[in-house]
Design a protein around this ligand. Structure first.
Ligand code: NDP
Length: 281
């Protein structure tokens, strides 16, 4: 059986093109969509991600305003910056990059991002709204999985979808978005017993654990749609997902690869959500 590859590149291009058009229309009205990125870490992969957002922003006309704080910044310093950005009418989206310095209350910090500027769905209030079915920005990675399924016309309603990973950026919000589209959703995590017995029941299997190539064909039902969210840098500098592509290749019906799957869509959606915020403010 040949596996359909669910590439995110074309979808990301489409999203960026429509964002660039929206930015033009806003700029004509004197509004310059701006995304503030607050960074309080020296972590190299965060640096790489932030550079990536900045260049993607530049290409679509969105201003990316980097607020760089010391990696040992305390709660008050970070809170003060977030409060200033929250009040700044020229800022339409705010993201607080992780990791944060140890001993700061990250949930309390996230709560300082006003829901209307919370373009990566980090505020616990945004999460609550998603659960309640009230309009809010959801974390872009979770939205990226939904958009990828939609782009490739893959049915969600009445499927059994299994998500491995229960973080607030992927697993939990994605479960809510899938439920809202009438999937039957199971969430697994590190304490789940007999993981492969459960994942093998999945029509759609989403993996977001951060364990390089852990998911092999024993975890996959014949013909399943497999979405790999994992992004793991190996010692040789290469990037791999949580799914062993070679192993599942012949068994999955469709597979979203790493790199080139969910990742590019996520960044494009961050820009799209910033534009949506600018359109509403
Ligand atoms: P977290 O570390 O916050 O969460 C990992 C989840 O995986 C936890 O729920 C954990 O369970 C579960 N887990 C860990 N090991 C196992 C295991 N052996 N079996 C079953 N479950 C396990 O990670 P994130 O959600 O932030 O990220 C997950 C992956 O997705 C990473 O590789 C990350 O780089 C990638 N990612 C990619 C993005 C993108 O493409 N744009 C964006 C965000 C993340 P427990 O809760 O019990 O600890």
């Amino acid at each position: 059986m040949s596996t359909e590859v669910l590439s995110g590149k074309n979808l990301a291009d489409e999203i960026r093109q429509s964002v660039a058009e929206d930015v033009k229309a806003l700029t004509a009205k004197g509004i310059h969509p701006t995304l503030a990125v607050v960074v309080a870490t020296d972590d190299e992969s965060t640096d790489y991600y932030v550079r990536h957002i900045s260049s993607a922003g530049e290409k679509t006309g969105i201003k990316v305003q980097l607020v760089r704080l010391a990696s040992d910044a305390n709660y008050d310093t970070i809170a003060e910056e977030l409060t200033l950005l929250a009040r700044d009418n020229n800022v339409h989206g705010i993201i607080l990059q992780t990791p944060l310095p140890p001993d700061v209350d990250d949930n309390k910090l996230r709560a300082l991002i006003p829901p209307e500027k919370d373009v990566d769905g980090a505020n616990p209030l945004s999460a609550g709204r998603i659960v309640s079915g009230v309009e809010a920005f959801a974390p872009t990675t979770a939205v990226a999985v939904m958009e990828l399924l939609k782009h490739y016309d893959l049915s969600i309603a009445s499927t059994h979808t299994v998500i491995v990973g229960r973080s607030m950026v992927v697993g939990k919000p994605l479960a809510q978005l899938l439920l809202a589209k009438d999937a039957t959703v199971t969430i697994c995590h590190s304490k789940t017993r007999n993981l492969s017995d459960i994942t093998k029941l999945a029509d759609i299997l989403v993996i977001a654990i951060g364990k390089p190539q852990m998911i092999t064909e024993e975890y996959v039902k014949e013909g399943a749609v497999v979405i790999d969210v994992g992004t793991n840098a190996l010692d040789d500098g290469s990037l791999v997902g949580d799914v062993d592509r070679q192993s599942i290749q012949e068994k999955a019906g469709a597979y979203s690869p790493v790199p080139g799957g969910v990742g590019p869509v996520t960044t494009a959606l961050l820009l799209q959500q910033t534009v949506r915020s600018a359109q509403k403010l």
